[in-house]
Design a protein around this ligand. Structure first.
Ligand SMILES: [Fe+2]
Length: 241
């Protein structure tokens, strides 16, 4: 499966979630809905608290979708393939570019983020199989990878994301982006940092402040307990296929 097919498949899966969506009327009105969390908001306790999950998914993510819908309407663009749209903003009118970059990125990044987490103990504790071998081969060890990834999240000034990506030449790389940018955004992200994200960590304060306040490193340490390594392995296999 090439990158385009992978991304289209991922988008199709997201579209399929319309059937079981949480049904916000405002989102339905613009032809977009939000997939429900794949677990209960309290399922990631004690590492990520239920109130943070509820507000993060039910308010912040919803706000990105609503504003994305407004910007798409103002651009005379349909909901279509949001991943394709944010990967190449050249089709977007200049006056809507920033809104679609921020809110399209916000929608896509959060849609991935919910799936990259799972209740602690529900799956592998770390990367296994080909993914585990590739991480060890690239970064030296799983611990070295986690350290590098955590640093990418800790050092990101202000709001943003830490990423594990598969680059166009099939290599693993740890990167970071500000705000709601992501490694698919050609022309925005440096060419060397473009790739298919297979794991991402939201380091916006809204992701952790209620429980961890200013202690972002503690949030990142706890977050490793709820990484859905099965999903990361799926993404790696798809990106490499
Ligand atoms: Fe977030």
């Amino acid at each position: 499966m090439n990158r385009r097919t992978f991304l289209t498949t991922a988008t199709t899966a997201a579209a399929a979630s319309l059937v079981t969506s949480t049904g916000h009327a405002a989102l339905a009105a613009i032809g977009m809905e939000q997939a429900p969390l794949p677990y209960a908001p309290e399922a990631l306790e004690p590492h990520i608290d239920a109130m943070t999950m509820g507000i993060h998914h039910g308010k912040h993510h919803v706000a990105y979708i609503t504003k994305l819908g407004d910007a798409l309407k103002a651009s005379n663009l349909g909901a279509g393939n949001v991943i394709d749209l944010i990967s190449d903003l050249s089709k977007v009118p200049a006056d809507q570019k920033m809104a679609i970059r921020n809110n399209g990125g916000g929608h896509v990044n959060h849609t991935w983020f919910w799936k990259w987490m799972a209740p602690a103990g529900s799956g592998p504790k770390g990367p296994e199989g080909k993914l585990g071998e590739a991480i060890q081969g690239t970064f030296g060890s799983i611990e070295d990878f986690k350290k590098l990834f955590a640093e990418a999240g800790t050092k990101r000034f202000g709001s943003g994301w830490a990423w594990l990506i598969v680059t166009a030449d099939g290599k693993l790389k740890v990167t970071s982006t500000p705000n709601q940018d992501n490694p698919l955004m050609a022309g925005i992200v440096e060419a060397g940092d473009l790739g298919t994200p297979i794991l991402g960590l939201d380091v916006w304060e809204h992701a952790y402040y209620l429980k961890y306040q200013n202690k972002r490193p503690d949030y990142i340490t706890a977050w490793w307990n709820v990484v859905n390594w099965d999903e990361v392995a799926r993404g790696y296999a798809a990106a490499k296929a």
